[in-house]
Design a binder for this molecule. Structure first.
Ligand code: ATP
Ligand code: MG
Length: 559
């Protein structure tokens, strides 16, 4: 788990401004926020925005941030999700300390408060079906209709509600509704449902409850119980705020939290709906929640995305009141920037082409020095073995090159990184006419990559020794969706058929293969890669976190 310090430099946004004003006015001594995931799936990058905001605020201002599981729907919730959420928040670099809570811890109190609402004439048991409730709710232009059960006596309501609790009725037979106003302009105030009957096993309360509170009823009261001062949610809850406030006003809650809404994060080429992500996993479109193509925290971790890059991304996008779609290129920029700074350099050949250096003595080899990080001398150097047989990248050779191709071709000279100038003298083909091996000569006077006579070459290429490199599988990931704005309701049609490319004949430096490190590395000229958990002792697997910037690739090619 990451223990690196969390970046403290943050921009100002409307939520932080509100908090500063509240503190200046002496409204609170301490700011208390919470991150309230429903444990019905793995966290995604949208959640990272909410985590960084809520936990970030608690670090910047005197305060604390709670992790609260909003576990009010036992049908979709699982312990696996509870565990993964905690691991992901920690990995992102945040800690709730002792402030771990569950909405289910408050079920007794929520129940007591529901009885109070009934006694105060503010809630009633409705026998209508879900469908009847839906159709009698009205529309934006038409008021709703009162339920025929709306005027039940307090005693009858209490009796029915207690029997709902004791499990006497089947699922869906009745609900408890708040008695507010069926003609309210805000549909959320048209007698919203507080409790529904659900005979289901809950990960924490087992079979104790046959009724479960709605999000709207549970959420604000949980905030109040925990003394949350600023309850931050996404914009679609703006219209729920009057209901949030109604409960806080009508119930004897121990504190009065306020709800604030911010825009949710949307990304191009990405869907962040838990329903879609769950389906991608269940239908086998991806290899699991931590598939490196998934926008989940677990997927990005497996892909080698550093937590610092996610924090920086979230810092850059800021917190706004209007919804927008962020270009996924911004995320990629933050990942590259962080990895360029931190990742050690190595060499790998993704699609090997064998090279025999004809004038290099058979049976001989030598150790050359390679630097681990161009901007960080403290990263040190390593040794690479040069010998008669090497591998280069198939794409770095063309038998009949076009004009601007400066890499290897018959008669052309290039530099092999950290090694020598080599010149192609011959091409060996198989029966089908495909190039399977190159013959080259090297210039012993160019050791280290420079010619004493000052002659230049236009390309510097990576390579590997045949004897001291190891076969590996390399996985190249592309966008999971081919459409920049995938259709959530028919996402399968927008899936990118080429989101995963497997290169099973790749080779990596022997030291890379031997190391079990899960730190991402840069494979020179190819991008950033990380060892995958699918590695076996005989065959390591590396996932490409992200490619290099095109401009950078060109710079290196120029040498
Ligand atoms: P669901 O559809 O299951 O409600 P959800 O994405 O809202 O999905 P929650 O577990 O309820 O999932 O979310 C936990 C917290 O993360 C909430 O406070 C929610 O507002 C916030 N959150 C979820 N998605 C995003 C997003 N895309 N951008 C910013 N915040 C988000
Ligand atoms: Mg939600």
């Amino acid at each position: 788990m990451s223990t690196e310090p969390v970046a403290t430099e943050v921009g100002r946004d409307f939520i932080r401004d509100i908090i500063q004003t509240d503190l200046d006015q002496g409204k609170y001594k301490q700011i208390v926020t919470r991150f309230p995931p429903e444990p019905n799936g793995y966290l995604h990058i949208g959640h990272a925005k909410s985590i960084a905001l809520n936990f970030g605020i608690a670090q910047e201002f005197p305060g604390r941030c709670h992790l609260r599981f909003d576990d009010t729907n036992p049908v979709k919730e699982e312990q696996e999700y509870i565990d993964s959420i905690q691991a992901d928040v920690h990995w992102l670099g945040y800690d709730w300390g002792t402030n771990l809570f569950y909405a289910s811890d408050y079920f007794d109190r929520l129940y007591e408060w529901a009885e109070k609402l009934i006694r105060d004439g503010l809630a009633y048991v409705d026998d209508q079906s879900q469908e009847e409730i839906r159709t009698s709710r009205g529309t934006l232009t038409e008021p709703g209709k009162n339920s025929p059960f709306r005027d039940r006596s307090v005693d009858e309501n209490l009796d029915l509600f207690r029997r709902m609790k004791s499990g006497e009725f089947p699922n869906g037979a009745r609900v408890l509704r708040a008695k507010i106003d069926m003609s309210a302009g805000n549909i959320n105030l048209r007698d919203p449902v507080l409790y529904r009957i659900l005979h289901a096993h809950h990960p924490r309360t087992g079979t104790k409850w046959s009724i479960y509170p709605s999000y709207d009823y549970a959420h604000g009261q949980s905030d109040a119980i925990e003394g949350i001062t600023h309850s931050i949610c996404t914009l679609e809850f703006e219209d729920h705020r009057p209901l949030y406030d109604w409960f806080i006003e009508k119930l004897p809650v121990p504190s009065k939290p306020h709800q604030y809404e911010m825009a949710r994060l949307n990304l191009t080429y990405t869907l962040l709906s838990k329903r879609v992500l769950t389906q991608l996993v269940r239908d086998g479109h991806v290899a699991g929640w931590d598939d490196p193509r998934m926008p989940t925290i677990a997927g990005m971790r497996r892909r080698g995305v550093p937590p610092a890059a996610l924090r920086e991304f979230v810092r850059r996008i800021g917190v706004a009141k209007a919804n927008s779609v962020v270009d996924v290129g911004m995320l990629e920029f933050c990942i590259r920037e962080e990895l360029n700074r931190t990742a050690q350099r190595r060499m790998a050949v993704l699609k090997p082409l064998k090279v025999v250096i004809e004038n290099y003595p058979e049976g001989q080899s030598e150790e050359l020095e390679a630097i681990n990080h161009p901007d960080d001398p403290s990263a040190g150097t390593r040794r690479i073995t040069f010998g008669r047989e090497l591998y280069i990248e198939q794409d770095d050779f063309m038998e009949n090159p076009p004009k601007k191709f400066f890499r290897l071709s018959p008669g052309n000279e290039v530099r092999l990184r950290y090694a020598y100038f080599v010149k192609c003298t011959g091409v060996i083909k198989d029966d089908k006419g495909e190039v399977v091996e190159l013959r080259c000569t090297y210039d012993p006077a160019t050791k280290g990559g420079n010619a004493p006579d000052g002659r230049k070459v236009k390309a510097t290429m990576h390579w590997l020794p045949a004897a001291n490199s190891v076969p590996a599988e390399i996985r190249i990931y592309n966008q999971l969706f081919a459409n920049p704005s995938p259709d959530a309701s028919n996402f399968a049609a927008d899936l990118n058929p080429n989101s995963l490319e497997i290169l099973s004949d790749a080779r990596v430096e022997a030291s890379v293969a031997e190391s079990n490190s899960t730190e991402p590395m840069q494979f020179e000229r190819q991008g950033y890669f990380v060892r995958d958990k699918d590695s076996t002792p005989g065959k390591p697997v590396f996932s490409r976190t992200i490619g290099l910037r095109d401009t950078f690739a060109k710079e290196v090619a120029k040498g």
